[in-house]
Design a protein around this ligand. Structure first.
Ligand SMILES: [Zn+2]
Length: 348
């Protein structure tokens, strides 16, 4: 009863949100024999979920499936570390029942805007903070311990991404117990995919000659992944303030790559870097500039445009460049785990 009262109290706000999105699945709505208020309540109870970066949007979509309304807010192709939401995003955040973000200081301006606009009874969930404790935080060149902000890129490690999914499942079930079995089934299906992905990554990394299992990237998204799969991050080129590294730092990296005989170094489209080009030219390594930490491959609606697709696509780029064989990744189904149309809204 308390839920009904709360829902009715929020109905005006949610009605505005629903007006901007598609209506719930007709099959999920109560029969007309129920009281009109009950019909309205059931529709209004569809959780409005807002997420930040696209990998998180995809993970939440896999668990929430067709039973939630989902909108991401960080457009692909932008630097998520410096992203400032437009004032208009405040309306989207104000309509959310749940704002699910990475946390670990990745999306501070969005977090502030969410806190300022959160409606009564809504909650903010920081997946990174829920998934690991401070004792598991990693610090490095781009995220130095002295500044106190850990490397926030947990999701390139699929086992930590599964932990995100577990937090999502629990959060959705707590808010919407009626669909708890549905969220649990989606979680189980996602966990099965992650198990296949994890095995495929281990197989693929094992084909890389051991001396080549080293990563030099522009943007250090690989700290947790590398530890998981026995690779070494020998450095990242961008300092925490996104300035260019010093001449000495560049010279040091060139020497390291030459000494180790690393065949390739990696950048991303979001962070074009002349310095990486120079390091590659001087060291003799190939410069591969299309790894991604939060841009999903393909377009919304493509199977590959998903969290699982992101990991598979990155490894199909990384593993051959280091002298290995990525064929094991072909075993991973990267499409949604639930039946029905895709539900995530990806901002462009
Ligand atoms: Zn990043």
């Amino acid at each position: 009863m308390r839920m009904v009262i709360t829902v009715l109290a929020m109905a005006a706000t949610i009605a505005v949100a629903l007006a901007c999105t598609s209506q719930p699945d007709a099959a999920a709505a109560p029969q007309p024999s129920a009281a009109d208020t009950a019909v309205a309540t059931a529709q209004d109870e569809v959780l409005q979920v807002v997420t930040t970066v696209s990998p998180i949007t995809s993970i939440v979509e896999n668990i929430g499936g067709t039973r939630i309304r989902l909108q991401g807010i960080v457009p692909e192709g932008v630097n998520s570390h410096t992203f400032e939401p437009a004032p208009s995003v405040a309306t989207v955040l104000a309509n959310a029942d749940l704002v699910i973000l990475n946390g670990l200081f990745l999306e501070e301006p969005t977090l502030e805007l969410a806190e300022a606009n959160l409606k009564s009874g809504a909650a903010i969930v920081s997946l990174g903070d829920e998934s690991i404790g401070r004792d598991q935080w990693k610090f490095d060149f781009s995220f130095p311990e002295a500044q106190g902000y850990p490397n926030p890129h947990l999701w390139p490690d699929p086992i930590l991404a599964l932990r995100y999914a577990e937090v999502v499942r629990q959060t959705l079930s707590d808010r919407d117990a009626e669909n708890g079995d549905y969220y649990a089934a989606n979680y189980d299906a996602f966990a099965a995919r992650i198990a296949i992905l994890d095995g495929a990554i281990k197989t693929a990394v094992a084909t890389v000659p051991p001396p080549n299992r080293k990563l030099l990237t522009y943007h250090d998204s690989w700290a947790y992944f590398a530890d998981r799969y026995g690779m070494t991050v020998i450095g990242a080129v961008h300092p925490s303030d996104f300035s260019e590294p010093s001449a000495q730092e560049v010279a040091g990296l060139i020497e390291q790559i030459r000494d180790a005989g690393i065949p390739a170094i990696f950048g991303s489209n979001v962070f074009p870097s002349d310095v990486m080009r120079v390091i590659a030219d001087e060291s003799g390594a190939a410069y591969i500039d299309d790894l991604s930490d939060d841009d999903l491959p393909g377009k919304p609606g493509d199977a590959l445009h998903s969290y699982l697709g992101l990991v598979v696509n990155n490894l199909r780029i990384m593993i051959p460049a280091l002298g290995g064989d990525a064929a094991a990744l072909d075993a991973v189904d990267v499409g949604p785990v639930f039946d029905g149309p895709a539900t995530a809204g990806y901002p462009q």
